[in-house]
Design a protein around this ligand. Structure first.
Ligand code: BG6
Ligand code: GLC
Length: 903
């Protein structure tokens, strides 16, 4: 339409000016690239101090979720007035909150006066406003919109870096603005008003544009000045030291270009605008984009063209030398298609310029060029933000809402159109929807304040709920001491019955010495997998072959006969596969349940654990049960020579590699430990010479009530639903079979308290065992993007927000840390006892460790090691992870047994 009238610009000088104001796409790409660099510079701790774009952390880490409610107060410090608002949120998705506001004109001298006077004035506005709306004396949280760059260290801690926009009050720079306002408010005797959040105007805009289900994660303000903010990945905001989640960053992009990076865009007109401004050399990007300057740019273009006799021939142009004679509003009106020409004529005539038709037309083209340039530069900046977000979220494509608060945007449809389309060209991987902000920043500020309050309240709830799961060092020392006491009781002949830790003799009297030889069968029953193995122990080492067999739950919990029949069937299958049918190999049996051993090959099952409950086994010798099953199945070639617990198997297997290994530890489906005890201390076995391996069965620690102080509600709930309620209480705090359940119960409680999943009921979370321990391991993996945590939860049909994901992770960390620390306390008791037994000042010992939780969890082993060192400082403990399972150890025990049986 009327936009393109090239004939009218035929004068070369005008052509040249228009060309200078046009930024081609390639240059915009370059600008975007430099903006990206500038952003990274501002975000990084190392380069932050030198960065032009400061990328300031705002400590706003959450968007509204619609549950915010209550009365909030907002004070906005604007160019020439103060706006006060009361916003009432109803908690129903933040739909149409009730807003009451009042605007107070600011006395002209206040901007350059004393800081105290400014804040007193603001407080007076609040006071008057409250008087006018008859607000009750209940506590009123206040959000403060303060559109200057501040160094924030919290939502309610913000030091003013420097004034701008004509403000220069004394004694404010470098001070905490929140405190200044709060003191002024207190002076007004409004002690029930709490300043809880301070924010930049861009942040307010972003929040205003966020409605339920449609979060807005970027905002631009293009008014008198310009700025932007966006939700960044928190770990990239290095100045804020927050490891996960997101944080809104105030880019302060107005300063972009102050290091010369806009040089290919700047025209001589811009240089003049800059020189005549209050802050030459500063805020170069802002001076190309913000409305404060557009009129000035046009004025300088017209001045130059008039001097070249390309415009206003015959009129006096002296008027153009006056600053600000052309207002940005006029520039915008002139750029408009419809009445633009008429507006140009009247504007120019008011200045006494007597424009010709051609002059008007050229002036319109110049205005358009200046406005378009502002729009495309804004687009380059926005594209940089979008691409940065997309990259740091590791997304290939991103859909995002962008809140825009702008006079240019509202008054001028072309600005918005250009911004939209050019952003699309420069960041094609992002689909941005521009949302015009209609009610300014006030509502958003209320939202920020409300979110801050919601989060603080939630935090208190969360901490209250998790506190029982946090163990102090004193707690752990107590656990260690209790374990030590139970060990002593368990070892004593008379006191054994009073101890919850059974301290079972194993008849294993030494660790391997390397001379063991032979070929053995081994069974490994009681962990995640049931295995049958053949183990060849030769001079040049150990070779093994094995098969994993499934034990269905129905068999685990059916009859003993069925269970042992099944085991024999698996042995037969294995022997067939391995071609071992016609040999009678001695067999070592890892049987990972508490047994009273009467000898190496005689083990009476004391109780089932870990979900087994096959009938008719407790009180029976498991070797006998196995032999009976072999007979039933007419399998004659079975020669069981040793039964060992998995802890013992693991210790033996690791001791074959490291002779210092005298402790076995399992942290898997269940948990338990064994260690070499002095015979003289073992009251339950005859003989005083040498050592014997003791299977502690520490999983049952606390079954006599000695740990009751440490059990939480969650532990009780988990215990109640197990098939062995009241039993294996220590195990139920630590091992893989139960951690997921503990987490699930904590999550349920958090939902109940309305601090997780927005308090929406989650039927899926009611399902037992839905949350497996391996989820814990994955969720706690370092550097795992929150998106992935969310996906894991999504797989469980849990709709989690980012904050939900962070909270779930925190719960997992709390539960697994407690497990590791308790395990450390138990182990500390063991190593300290061994050290004392041997009368050593310092003990160096190795622990052979196995179990899925220990092996798969990303932090369990470090947490264990760290706490252990702390609790047992006189022991140097090496944790050696078992690689071959305990079957190898069972075979080694069998080898020793066979050698001893030889005449
Ligand atoms: C295996 C051992 O590696 O670990 C088993 O061979 C032991 O004997 C098991 O019971 C413990 O871990 P989990 O996680 O399988 O219970
Ligand atoms: C259970 C068993 C114990 C075993 C441990 C680890 O606690 O009772 O014998 O060692 O699990 O598997």
């Amino acid at each position: 339409g009327a936009a393109a009238q090239p004939a009218l610009t035929s004068r070369p000088q005008v052509q040249r000016a228009l060309l200078a104001l046009t930024v081609p796409l390639e240059t915009l790409q370059v600008v975007k690239g430099r903006m990206l660099q500038a952003m990274r510079k501002g975000l990084s701790r190392q380069t932050h101090a030198q960065a032009n774009m400061r990328m300031l952390p705002t400590y706003i880490c959450s968007l509204p979720d619609g549950t915010e409610k209550g009365d909030l107060l907002v004070v906005e410090l604007c160019q020439s007035h103060v706006r006060t608002l009361r916003v009432t949120l109803s908690g129903n998705g933040n739909q149409s909150p009730e807003v009451v506001y009042k605007i107070f004109d600011m006395p002209g001298d206040i901007k350059q006066g004393k800081g105290e006077a400014l804040f007193d004035f603001i407080a007076q506005c609040v006071c008057q406003f409250l008087a006018g709306i008859s607000s009750p004396q209940q506590r009123l949280p206040l959000g403060f919109v303060f559109p200057f760059s501040c160094r924030q260290t919290g939502l309610d801690k913000a030091e003013l870096i420097s004034w701008s926009k004509g403000f220069s009050c004394s004694d404010v720079e470098g001070k905490d603005v929140v405190q200044l306002l709060q003191s002024a408010i207190n002076k007004q005797e409004l002690c029930h008003v709490d300043v809880v959040a301070l924010m930049n105007d861009t942040v307010g805009t972003m929040m205003t544009c966020s409605t339920e289900g449609e979060p807005c994660e970027v905002a631009l303000v293009v008014g008198t000045s310009t700025n932007s903010c966006f939700m960044a990945e928190a770990q990239q905001v290095e100045m804020a030291e927050k490891a996960s989640g997101q944080m809104c960053v105030n880019t302060e992009w107005g300063y972009f270009g102050d290091d010369g990076s806009l040089s290919d865009v700047l025209t001589p007109y811009d240089q003049r605008v800059d020189q005549e401004s209050a802050n030459p050399g500063e805020k170069r990007f802002e001076k190309l984009v913000a409305s404060l300057y557009l009129g000035e740019i046009v004025r300088h273009v017209l001045t130059a063209l008039a001097a070249e006799k390309a415009l206003f021939i015959g009129s006096s142009v002296a008027v153009l030398r006056t600053k600000d004679v052309l207002k940005t509003q006029q520039v915008l009106e002139i750029s408009n298609n419809e009445e633009g020409m008429a507006k140009a004529r009247s504007a120019l005539e008011v200045l006494g310029l007597q424009p010709s038709e051609q002059d008007c037309c050229r002036v319109q083209q110049i205005c358009r060029a200046v406005v378009s340039r502002a729009a495309v530069l804004c687009a380059a900046g926005l594209a940089a933000i979008l691409s940065h977000m997309c990259q740091s979220r590791e997304l290939e494509q991103m859909v995002v809402n962008v809140g825009v608060d702008s006079k240019l945007y509202r008054g001028h449809s072309r600005f918005g159109e250009i911004l939209q389309s050019v952003t699309g060209l420069l960041a094609p991987e992002c689909k941005a929807t521009l949302l015009p902000s209609v009610d300014g920043t006030g509502r958003g500020a209320a939202m920020v304040t409300a979110v801050a309050l919601r989060l603080a309240a939630q935090r208190r709830e969360v901490e209250q709920l998790l506190a029982p799961l946090w163990l102090s060092r004193a707690d752990l020392e107590r656990v260690q001491a209790l374990m030590r006491r139970e060990m002593e009781l368990g070892l004593g002949r008379e006191s054994n019955a009073d101890s919850s830790v059974r301290m079972l003799p194993t008849y294993v009297r030494g660790t391997p010495d390397g001379t063991e030889r032979g070929e053995f069968l081994a069974l490994d029953l009681g962990g995640t997998n049931f295995r049958v193995l053949v183990v060849r122990v030769a001079q040049d080492g150990i070779r093994m072959a094995s098969e994993i067999y499934i034990i269905p739950t129905t068999v685990m919990q059916g009859t003993g006969e069925a269970l042992f029949d099944h085991i024999i069937e698996c042995i037969v299958d294995f022997q067939l596969k391995q071609n071992l049918m016609d040999q009678i190999l001695p067999l070592g049996f890892t049987f990972s349940f508490p047994c009273q051993q009467l000898g190496l090959d005689k083990a009476v099952l004391l109780s089932w654990t870990k979900g087994f409950s096959a009938s008719g086994c407790v009180g029976q010798d498991v070797v006998h049960l196995l032999r009976e099953a072999a007979q039933r199945k007419q399998h004659l070639g079975l020669k069981v020579v040793a039964v060992v617990n998995d802890t013992v198997g693991t210790m033996m297997s690791c001791a074959y590699e490291d002779p210092k290994c005298e402790i076995g530890l399992i942290v898997g489906t269940g948990t338990n430990a064994c260690y070499m005890e002095e015979m003289e201390n073992v009251g339950t076995v005859e003989g005083e010479q040498g050592r014997m391996c003791i299977n502690m069965e520490w999983g049952a620690f606390g079954d006599n009530g000695c740990l009751d102080d440490f059990f939480t509600n969650f532990d009780q709930l988990v215990d109640e639903k197990t098939i062995n309620a009241g039993k294996q209480r220590f195990e139920k705090l630590i091992s893989g079979m139960y951690l997921g359940e503990i987490v699930r119960h904590v999550l349920l409680a958090l939902v109940e308290k309305q601090v997780l999943f927005r308090g929406k009921p989650c039927p899926k979370l009611q399902t037992r065992d839905i949350f497996q321990t391996k989820c814990l391991s994955t969720i706690e993996t370092d550097g795992l993007a929150l998106q992935k945590v969310r996906a894991i939860l999504q797989d469980l049909e849990l709709q989690a927000s980012f904050e939900d994901s962070i909270l779930v992770r925190e719960v997992c960390q709390t539960v697994s840390l407690r497990a590791a620390q308790l395990c450390a306390a138990g182990l500390a008791a063991v190593v300290e006892k061994m050290r004392e037994n041997r009368g050593l000042a310092q003990l160096a010992v190795t622990v052979g460790v196995d179990g899925t939780l220990y092996k798969m969890h990303p932090h369990f082993s470090q947490n264990l090691q760290k706490m252990l060192q702390d609790l047992a400082p006189n022991c140097t403990v090496t944790l050696l992870q078992s690689e071959d399972g305990s079957g190898k150890g069972a075979a080694l025990v069998a080898a020793v047994a066979c050698r001893e049986a030889e005449p």
